[in-house]
Design a protein around this ligand. Structure first.
Ligand code: AMP
Ligand code: MG
Length: 329
């Protein structure tokens, strides 16, 4: 090979890698109070941009309907109901509430969206928590069984005026599923969508698996584990995501034990990080919150009887534990 050939070969190699690189498209935005990231492969830049635009629009639509803070949201309307206890709800809200109720029943109330009756009085940014008296009083309003859904009339009945709901433990998983479905409809075959601790990947990363990192729960950088995934969802719940340290040195975090309205952590097998792997986010998200509340023993037992799901959990002593399906014999 003469020098000319060599240069041509090098150039074509370089151009080849350039164009392969250019076919990956990525965008990050802040939606639902969390960083949202979309990464996908498409040979056409305009088509890739249109697909990412559609995803971001959908995620903003969901945030506008499900945010507990936005005055116009459907969730806000439910929580700020006046005299009436029966309210009309959208089909989408119906679906979200039904799935939430399913996980409440499956976990005997460890997952309970009415945790918000007390939970709404926590402000993690301002390091504020409700007084013990308030917690005691309002924790009586935590009970998923008083949420009555009527699919015939598309209504929700909530008799206790103190009961509030919050979909923070399930909405992001639902959102990443919606995003992946949209990308599929746009003809995309390789994508990764994440919204904070919830991610779902479509296909593989063109010949290799997507490598999804589980954040180290006590280090600002680095991973506790890295999981190779294709066509799956992974949701992580951690006590490091939203928290403050109170005047007694206690970590006050965002995952609430519905039995007492307080952050979990007292049990000897309490967890600091839970990741659930499964087919879709609408299940892995509520399961990660559920296993976090249940603790190591009851949590892994639950996952071990759900054949489609696996778990990686980290306990208070920073030890990793796995569901049976991840332990090779
Ligand atoms: P995740 O983001 O999936 O880790 O779930 C944590 C979020 O779920 C919190 O920020 C709350 O919005 C919500 N949450 C907290 N405790 C519970 C609970 N016991 N059941 C259902 N949702 C909860
Ligand atoms: Mg979750």
């Amino acid at each position: 090979m003469n020098i000319h050939h060599c240069a041509t070969l090098l150039l074509s190699l370089f151009m080849g890698s350039q164009s392969a690189f250019a076919d990956w498209h990525q965008r990050s935005e802040s939606i639902m109070g969390t960083p949202v990231q979309v990464e996908l492969w498409h040979s056409d830049k305009l088509a890739a941009t249109a697909a990412i635009d559609a995803v971001m629009l959908e995620l903003r639509r969901l945030d506008n309907g499900l945010s507990p803070y936005k005055k116009g949201s459907e969730l806000y309307q439910i929580n700020h109901r006046k005299e009436q206890s029966t309210l009309p709800i959208t089909m989408e809200m119906q679906v979200l509430l039904q799935r939430s109720q399913h996980y409440s029943e499956l976990t005997a109330g460890a997952f309970d969206i009415t945790f918000a009756s007390v939970g709404e009085h926590y402000d993690y940014r301002q390091s504020q928590q409700p007084s013990p008296q308030k917690t005691n009083l309002l924790s009586k309003a935590i009970d998923y069984r008083q949420l009555q859904l009527n699919p015939k009339t598309n209504t929700l009945t909530l008799d206790n005026p103190n009961t509030r709901i919050d979909l923070g433990g399930i909405a992001k998983g639902y959102a990443v599923d919606r995003a992946i479905n949209l990308l599929s409809a746009h003809g995309i075959q390789h994508a990764n969508v994440s919204a904070g601790g919830d991610a779902r990947v479509l296909g593989d990363k063109r010949g290799k698996p997507w490598m999804i990192g589980i954040k180290h729960p006590r280090q600002t950088q680095g991973y506790a584990a890295i999981i190779p995934l294709n066509n799956s969802a992974i949701s992580t719940s951690g006590d490091y995501e939203r928290f403050f340290i109170d005047t007694d040195g206690q970590r006050v975090h965002h995952i609430i034990d519905p039995t007492n309205g307080m952050p979990t952590g007292a049990a000897s097998d309490a967890l600091i990080s839970v990741s659930i792997i499964g087919p879709n986010g609408f299940d892995t998200d509520p399961l990660s919150t559920s296993v976090f509340v249940l603790g190591r023993d009851a949590g892994l037992k639950l996952i071990d009887r759900l054949p489609e799901f696996e778990a990686v959990v980290i306990d208070k002593n920073r030890r990793l534990h796995y569901s049976k399906g991840l332990i090779t014999p």
